[in-house]
Write a protein that binds this ligand. Structure first.
Ligand SMILES: NC(=O)c1ccc[n+]([C@@H]2O[C@H](COP(=O)([O-])OP(=O)(O)OC[C@H]3O[C@@H](n4cnc5c(N)ncnc54)[C@H](O)[C@@H]3O)[C@@H](O)[C@H]2O)c1
Length: 323
């Protein structure tokens, strides 16, 4: 298949593109290197991809360039590009969220109208669309009441996908990811920050009491869900929860990371950040039934993989000059 991956230099996009190439597909990757975190990390994410003859990269902003040409011969589109991050989405920076998460999605869907070979657009949505749900685990039927501007922007993108399916038969599917982790996780995300602090002997900043719970999803499981969402017939217009299948207390994650690293963790408790959800937990029965999705990677194994990545990133030996 000829695939477009937007946000290809990011955490999820780069892993997804690698899997598509490994499966024998051709990938065009697009990214504008938003400066939310360092470009050097994103360049490293796509360094191996750039060596593949079946990977092509375009540095472009989805809002600044005509997209019809980009989509023209595409069969699968994986729309991962977004301004991520819950805490940063308040105030004037919301403009970046509306541009990258809402306008860019609408432009992509418009361009999809002119793409003759398009078989599927998979949209990366988020558990943030639920906010603080009254009943856990959430199903896809749970009322969506985001508690952050980021969540509002991701929900708007999701609604646009559903609209373009209903009105124009653009074949969209939305996946609501629940906290993705693993190598290349964004540096603002909890496990990355925790692992880095443990490895470098710094205190870990925790917003809240560390008793909050999350449903964590290992990156390869999210990638698999994307491919299944592209391949499975008759799921257009649908949304699916994509989660790791078990709910974990944040404090336990910190303890596991410290054990795996063979180091102590010091925790600096800070007030809960506005927009942060207390608990997340997903019912993944729909994805299991219709997509055949079943998370494969246990939390401890996934944490070990992420820790190895962080060690290489932050503890790499400084080369000594030759004497
Ligand atoms: N990581 C998670 O836990 C998580 C959870 C829920 C949903 N998501 C969603 O998954 C997707 C990927 O997240 P991630 O963690 O890999 O984020 P990321 O920030 O690592 O990757 C997103 C990439 O999109 C690019 N981008 C943003 N706006 C763009 C634009 N207008 N044009 C071109 N490129 C643009 C950025 O430069 C970045 O490299 C996002 O849509 C995010 O909202 C992620």
């Amino acid at each position: 298949m000829r695939c477009l991956v937007t946000g290809v230099a990011g955490f999820v996009g780069s892993h997804l593109a690698e899997r598509l190439i490994a499966d024998g597909h051709d990938v065009l990757g697009v990214d504008c290197f938003l400066d939310y975190y360092p470009r050097a990390l994103k360049e490293a994410n796509i360094a191996a991809l750039r060596r593949s003859p079946r990977f092509q990269f375009i540095e472009a902003d989805l809002n600044a360039n005509p997209l019809d040409e980009l989509l023209y011969d595409m069969e699968w589109v994986f729309h991962q590009a977004a301004q991520a991050g819950v805490r940063a989405s308040w105030g004037t920076s919301f403009d970046i969220y509306t541009a990258s998460n809402i306008s860019a999605t609408q432009r992509l869907l418009e361009a999809a109208l002119t793409a003759p070979k398009l078989a599927r657009i998979v949209y990366a949505s988020s558990s943030s669309v639920y906010g603080n749900a009254d009943v856990l685990p959430v199903t896809e039927q749970t009322l969506t009441r985001p508690v952050s501007p980021y969540g509002v922007s991701k929900l708007a993108g999701e609604h646009l996908c559903a609209l373009y399916w209903q009105s124009y038969r653009v074949p969209t599917v939305a996946l609501r990811y629940f906290t993705v982790y693993g190598p290349r996780q964004r540096p603002d995300m909890a496990f990355h920050r925790f692992g880095k602090a443990i490895l470098t002997g710094e205190p870990i900043t925790v917003y809240g009491d560390a008793a909050q719970t999350r449903d964590f999803t290992y990156i390869s499981d999210v990638v698999e869900a994307n491919i299944r969402a592209a391949q499975t017939p008759d799921v257009e217009g649908m949304v699916f929860n994509i989660a790791g299948g078990s709910r974990v207390v944040l404090r336990e994650v910190i303890e596991t990371l410290a054990t795996l690293a063979g180091r102590e963790a010091q925790i600096d408790y800070q007030e809960t950040a506005r927009g942060d959800v207390r608990d997340t937990s997903a019912d993944i029965a729909l994805a299991q039934r219709l997509l055949g999705y079943a998370p494969q990677v246990a939390l401890r194994d996934g944490l070990e993989q992420e820790l190895r990545y962080l060690e290489a990133l932050y503890l790499a030996p400084v080369p000594t000059p030759a004497t």
